[in-house]
Design a protein around this ligand. Structure first.
Ligand code: HEM
Length: 158
């Protein structure tokens, strides 16, 4: 599928648009996965969480590479009317802090969960700790996805 460059905004390239879309799509996928695990669909939950991790690793990895090539987020958003303002800068820092925290929680939680749960997955002694970190991870991921929107709008679309 080819998407027109900057189909959400004006100056952003396709890669940026795709990352924003994937981050926003993550939120409903998380809600669905959470709903499914609460109904006892553990295998579907496992597959969704691991697929999400793999897809985001590729999408965010490509995005990070692109950002580095553009000279970093502050250089990439130089053309925005909001460049250098507290509004854009605080969204960038908040989003970055959330993204780092989310990555740490997710990678460690996925790694430990695959090792600690049986296959096919089912609740066990690790369940309570997994639930607590899983809830935190999902909330962090959702906030990371949602805060990508103001960064995109203030940084690239306005
Ligand atoms: C890494 C991303 C993951 C996140 C953010 C996550 C999140 C969650 C959450 C929030 C719950 C609790 C739902 C509730 O009762 O409110 C849960 C339960 C569960 N998850 Fe995950 N999960 C992840 C990965 C996995 C993986 C990879 C597996 C399997 C290997 C797995 C297996 C389970 C199981 C078996 C439960 C039920 C635990 C119990 O009720 O004792 N999860 N998960």
């Amino acid at each position: 599928m080819t998407l027109p460059a900057g189909f959400l905004g004006t100056r952003a390239d396709v890669l940026l648009d795709l990352v924003i879309v994937s981050l926003v799509v993550v939120v409903p996928v998380l809600a669905f996965s959470w709903h499914q695990v609460r109904r006892g669909r553990y295998a579907l939950h496992r597959r969704l969480q691991l697929t999400l991790l793999a897809v985001l690793a590729v999408a965010v990895g490509a995005f990070e590479l692109n950002m580095r090539m553009l000279g970093g987020i502050f250089a990439a958003t130089r053309a925005s009317r909001y460049a250098g303002t507290a509004t854009l800068d605080s969204w960038i820092w908040l989003h970055t802090a959330l993204a780092i925290a989310t990555t740490l929680v997710w990678v460690v939680l996925a790694w430990v969960s695959v090792r600690r749960f049986p296959r096919p997955p089912a609740p066990n002694a690790f369940g309570a700790r997994h639930r607590a970190w899983g809830r935190l991870g999902m909330i962090l991921m959702a906030l990371t996805g949602l805060t990508s929107l103001p960064v995109y709008v203030y940084g690239f679309a306005l």
